[in-house]
Design a protein around this ligand. Structure first.
Ligand SMILES: C[S@@+](CC[C@H](N)C(=O)[O-])C[C@H]1O[C@@H](n2cnc3c(N)ncnc32)[C@H](O)[C@@H]1O
Length: 210
């Protein structure tokens, strides 16, 4: 059986992740005032709920998704917000007119997009795309399904801390990787909140001997 495409999901309205409210972890970070303000890029924005929240909180937002129907819905629901929505594949080589090149961005946000990729090479490429879009000191906030919690046959993909760090640490500094949950989903699936920052200089090699 072939897996439905992202576009199929949006066309048939099978969107278990789409709660219609901004993610509580993002809301908390914004309320705490710990995120860099300015220009934000949302990757895999879906119908745009979190982009609208960021725009309403003062960011100038660029938001991308692979599924044309998601982008059409996001646009239709976002009149009056300072958001540029674009249909784009994050993993594709970004051309000069790519929304990923519209930076540098102060903040990159994704909820459940990085975790869609299971091949380590794709996860690493995703992290490199983010690093390429951020200004030095800019931050990526990512909500990622985690391998913690009880067994389940539904809900977000599961990624281990080791997988996440293997992709991210080579290109971005780890600010935190915190265990929490997708609190707004019915089963409150276990998640990671990742905060990663673009370095001023490359990390030093490990001092481990041998
Ligand atoms: C689990 S959904 C999350 C959507 C949204 N962030 C939310 O929380 O409602 C993952 C999203 O990533 C998008 N996506 C998957 N692969 C992508 C890619 N290569 N480039 C851009 N978007 C992608 C899908 O179309 C989908 O909207």
């Amino acid at each position: 059986m072939t897996r439905p495409s992202w576009e199929d999901h949006y066309q048939s309205d099978r969107l278990p992740w789409d709660t219609g409210v901004p993610d509580p972890a993002l809301v908390e970070l914004v309320d705490q005032g710990v995120l860099p303000g300015g220009r934000a890029l949302e990757l895999g924005c879906g119908t745009g709920t979190n982009s609208r929240f960021l725009a309403a909180s003062g960011w100038q937002v660029v938001a991308v998704d692979l599924a044309p129907t998601a982008i059409a819905r996001a646009r239709a629901g976002s009149e009056g917000h300072d958001i540029h929505f674009a249909n784009a594949d994050i993993l594709a080589e970004p051309g000069a007119d790519s929304p990923l090149q519209a930076g540098p961005f102060d903040l990159v946000f994704d909820r459940g997009c990085f975790h869609c990729f299971e091949a380590p090479a794709d996860q690493a490429l995703f992290a490199r795309r983010v690093a390429g879009a951020l200004r030095v000191g800019g931050e990526w906030v990512s909500l990622i399904g985690s391998t913690e919690g009880p067994a389940r046959d539904f809900g977000p993909p599961r990624r281990s801390a080791r997988e996440v760090l293997a992709a991210v640490e080579p290109v971005l500094a780890v600010v935190e990787l915190r265990a929490l949950a997708f609190r707004d989903l019915p089963d409150a699936a276990a998640a990671w909140l990742g905060r990663f920052r673009r370095r001023e200089m490359p990390a030093q090699p490990s001092s481990r001997r041998g």
